[in-house]
Structure formats: C-alpha cells, structure tokens
Design a protein around this ligand. Structure first.
Ligand code: CTP
Length: 516
C-alpha cells in the first residue's frame, strides 16, 4: 500500500459521521474525548474492528449532563463517560441502544454493528493479590500509562478543533512498524498489575505476527507465576484467540519459551523432547503437533477460499474451525502415556489415540473449555485420527471404509483434513505417497457413500418394527438384532435398503429360534 492510499484509508475511517458527532457533543459539554486502544491500533494495521473505546477527560465539575436524566450519575469519578454516552445516544435517536454499567463507570452505545464504549480517563493502582485495580479519575496521559502495550495506548482526539490528532506517547506507531509488542511502562509493573497481560502479549504477537520486545519477554519469564491469579476462563479466551490465528504454533512456542506453558497445560509440555535408545529416537511430539496444527490452519484457509461445494462442507459444530484446531493440538496428547520400547519395533505408541481421547474431558474441564458437543467432537477426532492411516496400510476394504464413515458421520471431511495435516514427514517421496493414498481412500468414500449412504446412518428396520414383526416386548434381543443388521450393512453383506434388511432380520430370527 502506498503512503497516499494508506492516509486516504485512515481519513476515510475517521470521516465516520458518528465519531464527528461524538466529538461535537463532547465540545458542547466542555470535555475532551479520544478514541483509544484496539480500534486505533487496528486502524493503523488495517484490521477490521467494530468496538470503539472512547475515553473522556474533564473535571467532574464540568459535567453538564441532563440533571433530570434517570441515569444521571451520582458517582462523579467516571460519570463523564456515562453522561457523554447518554447525550450521544440521544443524538442517534431510536436506532441506538444505550447500556449503562454504573459500577464500572462505563456506558455502551450500540448502533447496528457498531459498538461505542465510553469511560472517563482513569488512573489505576493495583494490589498484589488481585487484578481488580483501585480506580480514580485521571488525565489522558495517566490513562495511556495504565494500558498494556504501546500499540494499544494510541489515542486520536475527536474534539472539533483537534479532530484526528494522534497522541502516541510511547511510540506505538514505531513499534507497529518494527512489529514489536512492548509495554509502555516498566514491564514488571504492567504484568504484575494485571498478569492476564502476559497471555495478551503472546496472543497479540501471534495474531499480528509480531515479536515480543526483549525486556517485555524477560518480564513475562520473571512474573509468570502471577498467572495463577487469573481465572481459567480468561486464559481460555486468550488460548482460543491464539488458536484462531493464522499460525497458532507461534503462540504455543512463545508460551513454552516464556515458561507460561507448564502453568496452563502440563500435558503439552510432556510431549516435548526426544528419547534415544540403541541409536533409535522418536520424533519430538511437541513440534510435530504444532506443525499439524499450522497445517490444519492452512488447509482451513485454503478451503475457505475454495468455493467448490464438494470441499466446503462446514461442520455445524465447528463453523469457525476452532475445534478442529484443538483436535490437531490434542491428537497425540496420549503419546507420552502410551510410549514403550520394543526390541524389534523400537519406540511404540500403541493405542495413543484411544488413551488421548480418554484424556480430553479432563483437559477440557481444567481449561474451562466447553463440555458439550464441541468436546465430544474433539474427543471423536482424537480417537479416530489413526483410522485413515490404518486404511492405507492395510488393503482398503469396503467394509473398513464403511465403518469409518459410520463412526465419523458428518465429521468425516474434518477427520480427513486432520489426517492430511498429520503428514509431516520430511521425506518428500513418503509424503507424496501418503497424500496419494488418502486421495484413493476419499474416492472410495465417495463411491460407497453414494451407494450406501452411511454418513448419516439410519437403520432401515427400526426397533419398533422389529418388535412388531417378531412379536417381541422391549428387550436386549431387539438391540442385538438391530446391531446385527447394522453390522451386515457395514460389512457389505446386505445393501442399506429396507427389503434386504427385513429379509436378513427374518433369517436371523429363524436361526436364533425366535420364529419358526
Ligand atoms: N487493556 C489493557 N489491559 C488489559 C485489557 C485491555 O490495558 N488487560 C486496554 C488496552 O489498551 C486495549 C483496550 O484496553 O487496547 C481494550 O481492550 P480489549 O477490548 O480487551 O482488547 P483490544 O485491544 O480491543 O483487542 P481485542 O478486541 O482483540 O481483544
């Protein structure tokens, strides 16, 4: 982008009539107001951002809000933000929605997909055991001082006489051009005040493809234990943002290097390292896992750009692709527990998929990830991730493919993507052979699916009908017969159709002496 188009873009964004109106409302109240934080950062980085944080500066005595307003603020500390928000909402009329959070001294005005957050400029002081600060009125500079990173401390004035003026006391723009995450003040203070910022530092570095400034990095290492006062939910939010970045591995590597990883995710640390015995080593599962994760991220972005209806089936459980990424991160999590040395085979990891799948609920619970169908999806992916490769190694029988289709159901495309991503061998010939074999497996899946419709398998003869045909009361035999019909279909003994299934049922019933 040329400098000229860049400037035009910023001017366009700032010409938003709502921002101009916020400025003139502040003018008429005798207050200063600035757009600050993430929106300004994203403006310069050309990232889309809908939430606009507005900080208001002025003496409480200058507070000239409507005294009759039912939400007029008795708390003079930060009421100016609320009063400005009320006036802005009034100007916007019915299309705007105002929410006031009096305890926090903030107010939000929503209009369409635009969200404006108003708050009075503040100075903060922290106690050792909490990330909830004592807040007092402050100047703009004090408000900028308390922010986490230089790139998040930029402010743009909205008052008419200074409209568009940038206030960048810590050279945040310079850090953006140098691609650096750095704290405005002493990083030991910034991180000790609010240890969540250590996670935010890693997350921003990953999302933006930036590096951590050396002193900022060292301070995270020193303050890492402070992360213990942060709730798991907030940590999970940051982890999910790292996971949705274009190269999530970078976040996990930074978490490892800063020493935060063992505090969050010891099972992942256990994947690190290579053991060598009799000259034979296994691969480093940590770095292999991260490669698989990046591969999934890349395959997902290729798929999103590909409009072919064959390939862009979107899982209803995983519309953003986040949970397939978690499945990638966890696919080999059972390896350390299953690792064994065999005189002939060398290092083995038997049943690691099964052991890993069993670990998923505990990990999700501890990390405060959802314990619903999303967890079940990840558990299933981890459990099934070795099946396609086993199909390649054995001769690909129809029966084995049908069984995989049955178990993976609608998530079969995601499973195949995970398996493609799992091919990380450096041997190009081997890689090409695996990919080619997966293409064959996929072809076979398409053929069998067209013929047998296994993906969303519904038994052609239902339990009720089995009871009616065989004059049976509900009992375990009904389930056994139903399951025998399903197995016969999956094994290709009968087609997935009503009449053959009914005939097969009668034959089974005669063999078992249920009918004559
Ligand atoms: N902030 C901070 N310390 C935090 C959280 C937020 O200093 N622990 C400040 C930063 O100036 C940040 C602003 O508050 O830019 C808004 O925070 P938030 O909405 O959480 O993040 P954004 O920076 O807007 O980025 P994102 O929306 O990607 O989380």
């Amino acid at each position: 982008m040329t400098m000229e188009t860049y400037t035009t873009y910023i001017e366009q964004q700032l010409s938003n009539p709502i921002l101009r109106m916020v400025g003139s409302e502040a003018d008429s109240m005798g207050l200063d107001c600035y757009v600050i934080g993430g929106w300004v950062r994203d403006l310069f980085l050309r990232r889309e951002s809908k939430d606009i944080d507005i900080v208001v500066v002025g003496h409480p005595d200058q507070h000239v809000g409507d005294p009759d307003s039912p939400t007029s603020d008795p708390d003079k500390r930060s009421g100016i933000g609320i009063t400005l928000a009320e006036n802005v909402a009034k100007q916007l009329g019915k299309k705007a929605h105002l929410s006031v959070f009096r305890t926090y001294g903030t107010a939000q005005v929503k209009r369409g997909d635009l969200e404006l957050e108003f708050v009075g400029a503040r100075r903060e002081s922290y106690q050792h055991d909490s990330r909830n600060p004592i807040v007092e009125d402050g100047t703009l500079q004090e408000d900028q001082n308390r922010r986490d990173f230089t790139i998040n401390a930029l402010a743009i004035c909205l008052n008419s006489d200074r409209y568009g003026e940038l206030l960048d006391p810590f050279d945040g723009i310079g850090d953006m051009t140098r691609c650096i995450i750095r704290t405005p003040l002493d990083p030991d203070i910034t991180f000790s005040d609010d240890p969540l910022r250590m996670m935010r530092a890693v997350r921003f570095a990953t999302q933006l493809g930036f590096n951590l400034d050396g002193e900022t990095f060292d301070a995270i290492v020193r303050n890492r234990e402070r992360l213990r006062i942060i709730t798991r939910e907030r940590i999970a939010d940051e982890l999910n943002k790292i996971m949705l970045s274009s190269r999530p591995s970078e976040g996990w590597i930074l978490l490892d290097k800063t020493g935060l990883l063992p505090l969050i995710f010891p099972e992942l640390v256990a994947l690190k390292g290579v053991e060598v015995k009799e000259g034979r080593g296994h691969k480093d599962v940590f770095y292999h896992t991260l490669k698989v994760l990046d591969n999934v991220a890349e395959l997902q972005s290729q798929k999103n750009n590909d409009q072919s209806p064959m390939t862009n089936h979107q899982s209803p459980i995983d519309p953003s692709g986040l949970w397939l990424r978690w499945a990638a991160l966890l696919h080999d999590i059972g390896k350390p527990r299953s690792k064994a040395w065999d005189e002939h085979a060398g290092w083995t990891f038997r049943n690691h998929n099964y052991i890993g799948a069993k670990m998923i609920p505990g990990i999700f619970k501890r990390l405060k990830l959802p314990l619903n169908e999303k967890m079940e999806y990840v558990r299933k992916m981890v459990d099934l991730h070795m099946r396609p490769i086993n199909l390649i190694e054995d001769t690909v029988t129809d029966s084995a493919v049908r069984r995989l289709l049955f178990e993976a159901g609608d998530d079969i495309d995601d499973l195949m993507m995970l398996c493609d991503a799992d091919i990380t061998s450096r041997n190009e010939e081997k890689k090409a052979r695996f990919h080619a074999n997966y293409i064959l497996v996929r072809q076979k899946m398409v053929e069998l699916e067209e013929r047998d419709r296994i993906r969303n398998f519904q038994p052609p003869v239902k339990g009720d009908e089995i009871m009616e045909l065989l004059h049976l009361e509900p009992c375990s035999l009904v389930g056994e017969l139903k399951s025998a019909i399903k197995d016969a279909i999956l094994d290709g003994i009968i087609p997935n159709e009503y009449e053959p299934a009914k005939e097969y049922l009668m034959k089974l019933a005669r063999e078992r002496g249920v009918i004559e």
